[in-house]
Design a binder for this molecule. Structure first.
Ligand code: ACO
Length: 169
C-alpha cells in the first residue's frame, strides 16, 4: 500500500530566511503524519512526560490539528541523513474580539533533542514561529517559560511581561 504523508499546514508559511540559514542536511518544515517514525515524540521528552502513543493515538491528535490548520502550526527541523526530527515547536493562533477581532500567537512546546542543544536550532525554531505569527496576522506572539529559559527567549527578541498562573483540576 502506498502511504502518502500529509503536512499539517501550507509550506508557504515556512520562513525562507530560516530555511536558508540551517546547516547543510537539515530541513525546516511543517509537522508531517510520518514524523511519528522520525522520533517527533521522543524530542518532546526534553519538556515533560509524553506518554507511549500508539500510531493510532498519534494520528488521532495529528488529524485533529490538521482539521484546524488555520490555528495549529507545529514545525520541525529534520536531519535528513538520519531521517530524524531534531527540534520542534508550535504556535497556536487565537481569535480574539479585542483589538477589533485581533489574533494572538501562543508559542508552545519548544524542544531541541538533548544531543543537539546549543547549535542554534532553538533560536531558528522561534524565528520560524515568529514568521508564522506575523504572516497569519498576529498583533503579538506570547509564551510562558521557566526562569532558566529567560535569557534564551531574550536572545530570541522577547521581553518580560506579566506572570503565568496555573490551576489543575
Ligand atoms: N540560558 C542562557 N542562554 C541560553 C539558554 C539558557 N538556558 N539556552 C540557550 N541560550 C542561548 C545560547 O547560548 C545562544 O546564545 P548565543 O546566540 O549568544 O550563542 C542562544 O540562546 C540560542 O541558543 P540555541 O543554540 O538556539 O538554543 P537551543 O538549540 O539549545 O534551544 C532550548 C534552547 C529550546 C531551551 C533547548 O535547550 C531545549 O530544548 N531545552 C529543553 C526544553 C525546554 O526548556 N524548552 C523550552 C520550554 S518553554 C516553551 O516551550 C514556550
Amino acid at each position: 500500500m502506498n502511504h502518502v504523508e500529509t503536512a499539517l499546514f501550507r509550506a508557504s508559511l515556512i520562513s525562507p530566511k530560516v530555511q536558508a540559514s540551517l546547516p547543510k542536511g537539515y530541513v525546516l518544515r511543517p509537522l508531517q503524519s510520518g514524523d511519528y517514525e522520525r522520533g517527533f515524540l521522543d524530542v518532546l521528552k526534553v519538556l515533560t512526560e509524553v506518554g507511549d502513543h500508539t500510531k493510532a493515538q498519534w494520528l488521532e491528535r495529528f488529524n485533529y490539528l490538521k482539521q484546524h490548520s488555520h490555528e495549529y502550526f507545529t514545525i520541525v527541523i529534520v536531519e535528513e541523513a538520519k531521517n530524524k526530527v531534531v527540534a520542534a515547536g508550535s504556535v497556536i493562533v487565537e481569535r480574539k474580539f479585542v483589538h477589533l477581532n485581533g489574533l494572538v500567537g501562543h508559542i508552545e512546546d519548544i524542544a531541541v533533542d538533548a544531543n543537539q542543544q546549543g547549535k542554534k536550532f532553538g533560536i531558528k525554531i522561534i524565528e520560524a514561529l515568529k514568521y508564522i505569527g506575523e504572516n497569519t496576522g498576529c498583533y503579538k506572539v506570547i509564551l510562558d517559560c521557566s526562569e532558566k529559559n529567560i535569557p534564551f527567549y531574550e536572545k530570541c527578541g522577547f521581553s518580560h511581561k506579566e506572570y503565568e498562573m496555573v490551576w489543575r483540576p
